[in-house]
Write a protein that binds this ligand. Structure first.
Ligand SMILES: [Zn+2]
Length: 321
């Protein structure tokens, strides 16, 4: 199946929040898009990506697709439950949210319009937000908002392979608030594998088959692969997979994309996203895990031949200053 060699990436520095994150926030996710792009550059993998930076942010009206008027206003105006995302509030943070959410929306839209290109939204926290509050470092439900916008525009339904270490509750928690979500991401299409190492990859394999069947029967039209680094067992918030099994998931996904594309006779639209990842003593390990995953997909799906020599150090001993 013919694919573009480069992964089409929706990244702008505007999707990064720098205010108070490094020192005051447990989660470094608002900085992650920038840190990841810099790391990709440092390692000499920039050629893997085609960057698209001039895209418009989502706005309040878009956020209200998945959230109450009150909650959206609270986040914008620093009132009420604006702290429910557990991130330090700043104008910079609010501005960045429009762009992180837009990055995912545009990346998905691009994959649908140009399925020969794998697309990439270098974004994290989204999948714990609820209609009337943020949660677990997530402010707005970007995957819900983008899926409903895509459904309204194209009448297409998607599936999420959410391989973050934590269950992506946003989708299930928003079904009642906006029932269009039942069409945009049908029940059973918010995939969160469970277990440890072999158990985890076996569960993922089963779920790939289920979603594959829905694609072949025309019920699902695109997929998003969100390979959260906190499903790695050395993550501060993770326990699922060692490096071998974590990377194996990217390999399984990439091979599955090729198989399904061959079976349906056209390239399956694929979008990549980052989601979680927390290692206080070595954030580079989080970035390198994400890069290992993207390299696998680039090599297997896009037909590149990048060498991955990245070593992921074990969590212990903890480095001290
Ligand atoms: Zn997580």
């Amino acid at each position: 199946m013919k694919r573009n060699k480069k992964i089409y990436t929706y990244y702008t520095p505007k999707q990064v929040c720098t205010d108070n994150i490094k020192d005051l926030s447990f989660s470094q996710s608002p900085l992650k898009p920038k840190l990841l792009m810099e790391r990709i550059d440092t390692l000499g993998f920039s050629e893997m990506l085609d960057l698209k930076s001039d895209f418009k942010p989502l706005n309040k009206k878009d956020f209200k697709i998945a959230h109450t008027n009150q909650y959206v206003e609270n986040v914008f105006n620093k009132t009420g439950n604006y702290k429910s995302n557990s991130l330090p509030w700043s104008k910079n943070l609010v501005n960045s949210l429009g762009y992180t959410n837009a990055s995912l929306y545009h990346a998905k839209r691009h994959a649908i319009l140009h399925p020969e290109s794998v697309s990439f939204a270098p974004i994290s926290g989204m999948h714990h937000a609820r209609p009337s509050s943020g949660s677990g470092f997530c402010t707005f439900s970007g995957q819900v908002i983008s899926a409903i916008k895509i459904y309204e525009e194209f009448g297409l339904s998607g599936a999420y392979f959410d391989l973050d270490g934590h269950f992506g509750n946003s989708i299930e928690d928003t079904r009642e608030f906006n029932p269009l979500l039942n069409k945009a991401i049908p029940k059973g299409c918010n995939v969160n594998p469970f277990g440890n190492n072999e158990e985890y990859t076996a569960d993922f394999a089963r779920k790939l088959v289920l979603i594959g069947n829905l694609i072949k029967s025309g019920k699902i039209h695109y997929v998003v692969f969100a390979h959260g680094a906190d499903s790695h067992m050395d993550d501060d918030l993770g326990w699922n997979c060692d490096t071998y099994h974590w990377v194996k998931c990217a390999e399984m996904f990439a091979n599955w994309v090729n198989e399904i594309s061959n079976e349906i006779g056209k390239p399956l639209p694929v979008t990549l996203a980052l989601f979680g990842g927390y290692r206080k003593n070595n954030y580079t390990a989080v970035l390198d895990l994400h890069i290992k995953s993207i390299l696998k997909i680039s090599n297997i799906v896009c037909g590149t031949s990048f060498k991955d020599n990245l070593e992921i150090p074990e969590k212990y001993p903890i480095l001290t200053k």
